[in-house]
Design a binder for this molecule. Structure first.
Ligand code: PRP
Ligand code: MN
Ligand code: MG
Length: 181
């Protein structure tokens, strides 16, 4: 396989910047949820890297659960059709849920998830999204914690894929057009 670096045009957020931001947000979350029954819910598969690093930046033991939903399939555009591929294993009734996401793009995935979780009787539901593309929003999503706002370009790495690849890139980068042209 060709070197992963030849498929990117620009690094938008480095591994080091991500690490520092996760520490900062973990400190906020630790104080905001002090004494509360917090559950982290990661959205598979994109949120795997951010969940792994963010959860380990927290100073207390916290349960993690996972939802698998997909709206992109193999394309570069959100279809707007959200499918549940794997539901939560645990009951979030009366729990304080923090959804952990890699990116808010159109916002369709999270607005759907927020509505879905609200109907399960959670005590509260908030969002931590590592990345947000303000210029791509189709629906507004209230996200209490946002790592970085980025331009409306197709980005990969740190969990984000193109056709299931590039999730293992350490930085967040712009995918070179020759890859999908
Ligand atoms: C991506 C990304 C977010 C969502 C954001 O997931 O990980 O979950 O799209 O896009 P939106 O704001 O336009 O809804 P995807 O559906 O590609 O599944 P994946 O996490 O398995 O890659
Ligand atoms: Mn995703
Ligand atoms: Mg994807």
């Amino acid at each position: 396989a060709a070197d992963i670096q030849s498929d990117i045009t620009e690094v938008l957020v480095t591994e080091e910047q991500i690490r520092a931001k996760l520490e900062e947000i973990a400190a906020r979350v630790a104080s905001d949820y002090d004494g509360k029954d917090l559950v982290l819910v990661g959205v598979l598969k994109g949120a795997v890297m951010v969940m792994a690093d963010f959860s380990r930046a927290l100073p207390f033991a916290v349960p993690m659960d996972w939802m698998a939903v997909s709206s992109y399939g193999a394309g570069t555009r959100s279809s707007g059709v959200v499918q549940i591929r794997k539901d939560l294993d645990t009951d979030i009734h009366d729990k304080h849920v923090l959804i952990v996401e890699d990116i808010i793009d159109s916002g369709l995935t999270l607005s759907w998830l927020l509505e879905n979780f609200a109907s399960r009787g959670a005590a509260s539901v908030e969002v931590f999204a590592l990345l947000r593309k303000p210029d791509a929003a189709k629906v507004h999503v209230e996200s209490r914690y946002v790592g970085f706002e980025i331009p409306n370009e197709f980005v990969i790495g740190y969990g984000l894929d193109y056709a299931e690849k590039y999730r293992n890139l350490r930085d967040v980068a712009v995918l070179a057009p020759h890859v999908y042209a």
